[in-house]
Design a protein around this ligand. Structure first.
Ligand SMILES: [Zn+2]
Length: 250
């Protein structure tokens, strides 16, 4: 579940959706090998999400945060009635407003039904796990945020025919999108005129393969942990505070 979203002049608007869907599919394959007794079902892709930041560029379709909560609650409640017990919500879109909608929906479902729902990528992403684990690439990757080195590498690995070769000539653009001052603003409001933040020109499909595998492994591990009754990974406290401070309506 991720929005259709502008990803610079070079990546598809389905970048987050395709990544989450493909990683979920791959995670199911791995889980089936390790635990053949489990029945895993991949729910169809839900192309919805909150993205105010990229909303002034064509291609971004942003849903209200409240609507996301409703969709998560309604879909999971329907499935709960048929006996589904464990849910892994896969999103690659890490906007805090988006996560707020998802987490609110998840919490509401868990209050209403005897089910467990996890969202594995947020905790990995906001704990900066990628920076701790990634292979040496020879430059500072801390400022890679949107349609950047990482996402362009991912798409070069997964869908090279959907990447416009113009990415090779794009200049690096950096901005801290997670500072409280920038929360709730759009790219254009903070002076980002090209719709990407980072250095897409450095993209490398080998890195993309590594990164994709990280997402798959994160889904797999979180799922197996949930099945064993372990405590699910959580968003860091600071991230939770920022998320809660976001308004419901924009
Ligand atoms: Zn993205």
């Amino acid at each position: 579940m991720s929005p259709l979203e502008e990803h610079g002049p070079h990546l598809p608007i389905g970048t987050d959706l395709l990544t989450a869907r493909d990683a979920a599919r791959e995670a199911i394959r791995t889980i089936k090998k390790q635990k053949p007794e489990l029945t895993c079902v991949l729910f169809p892709i839900i192309p919805l999400g909150y993205s105010k930041m990229a909303s002034d560029f064509p291609g971004t379709v942003s849903t209200q945060i409240k609507a996301l909560k409703t969709v998560v609650y309604d879909v999971c409640s329907s499935l709960a009635r048929f006996g589904f017990k464990y849910y892994v919500l896969c999103t690659f879109h890490m906007d805090l407003g988006h996560l707020k909608g998802l987490y609110s929906g998840m919490n509401k479902v868990m209050k209403a039904h005897k089910v467990k729902i996890i969202e594995p990528w947020g905790p990995y992403f906001y704990s900066k796990e990628v920076e701790k684990r990634e292979p040496q690439v020879g430059f500072d990757t801390k400022k890679e945020v949107h349609a950047c080195f990482r996402e362009t590498s991912l798409m070069n690995y997964q869908y090279p025919y959907l990447v416009d070769p113009c990415y090779k000539d794009l200049q690096s653009i950096y901005r801290d999108l997670y500072s409280p001052r920038v929360l709730g603003k759009t790219f254009k409001e903070i002076g980002i005129s090209e719709g990407y933040v980072g250095s897409p020109a450095r993209a490398d499909s080998d890195y993309g393969r590594w990164y994709f595998q990280q997402i798959v492994e994160t889904y797999v591990q979180a799922t197996l942990d949930m099945m064993e009754g372990k405590k699910p990974p959580e968003l860091p406290t600071q991230t939770q505070l920022l998320m809660r401070s976001m308004f419901w309506l924009h």
